[in-house]
Ligand binder design. Structure first.
Ligand code: COA
Length: 207
């Protein structure tokens, strides 16, 4: 099967591109920043950070899209990633595609995550023809949920992340979803679903 490649995307202020070796150091620095990693179980060591870059690049090779490295256009400054990634197993929306982001602190509060994610949704819906897009984060991660809502995703379900230890404050998670045909595919009348009642139900007729 021919893979359509989305190696480079330009937005008004950003270059979204494949990863380079020179990204590894600033990526490791942001992964080691406890503030950036506040809503994860722990910051990442350099080895784990590099392994993540390897996994991201392998997925780009295989599927033609992924978590793009972000550069402020015209500056060559690496600020983090935004893009598309497979949803993990064992969560609402498993098997689907997630839109996600992780930016260095210096790049927060400037609209970059939303700008890049808007372009990523363009690839997801118009390029790949996906019917839905997901995003998950810790319930405590208010800034990430604000990005989701700006993109037109709406809360779908709350759940305990299966790979985060019980008792960890970031274990309670929330899944957001947007359907292609609707800017607001949320559960308008019914409120957020429980995981048990809607788990993996793709034929939901809302939105
Ligand atoms: C999640 C994360 C990307 C959100 O960053 P953010 O800066 O809040 O989001 P955006 O880049 O979309 O910027 C939006 C903010 O920039 C402001 N802004 C400033 N100038 C702007 C401009 N020119 N255009 C648009 N927005 C602008 C907006 O008003 C908004 O601020 P507000 O939420 O206070 O209203 C960031 O907190 C992060 O990287 N966190 C660590 C990693 C993480 O938790 N990732 C998610 C895990 S699931």
């Amino acid at each position: 099967m021919t893979v359509i490649r989305y190696d480079t995307i330009r937005t008004a202020r950003l270059l979204m591109r494949r990863w380079r070796d020179c990204d590894r150091e600033p990526f490791a620095a942001l992964n080691a920043d406890p503030e950036v990693m506040r809503f994860f179980p722990a910051p990442l060591e350099r080895v784990a950070s590099d392994a993540m870059v390897d996994r991201i690049e392998a997925l780009f090779d295989r599927q033609g899209y992924g978590l793009w490295a972000l550069e402020i256009a015209g500056t060559a400054t690496f600020i983090g990633f935004t893009g598309l990634n497979p949803m993990p197993d064992g969560v609402p929306g498993a098997g689907g595609v997630e839109v996600g982001w992780r930016l260095a602190r210096s790049a927060w509060q400037q609209g970059y995550a939303t700008e890049a994610a808007t372009a990523a949704l363009g690839v997801a819906f118009d390029g790949l023809g996906l019917d839905e897009i997901w995003s998950i984060t810790a319930v405590l991660n208010v800034p990430s949920q604000a990005v989701m809502r700006r993109l037109g995703l709406a809360e779908y379900a709350r759940f305990e992340h299966p790979r985060i230890a019980e008792g960890d404050p970031v274990r309670p998670h929330v899944a957001y979803r947007r359907l292609r045909r609707s800017a607001d595919a949320g559960p308008a009348q019914t409120g957020p679903r429980s995981v048990r009642s809607r788990y993996d139900d793709r034929s939901a007729g809302d939105g």
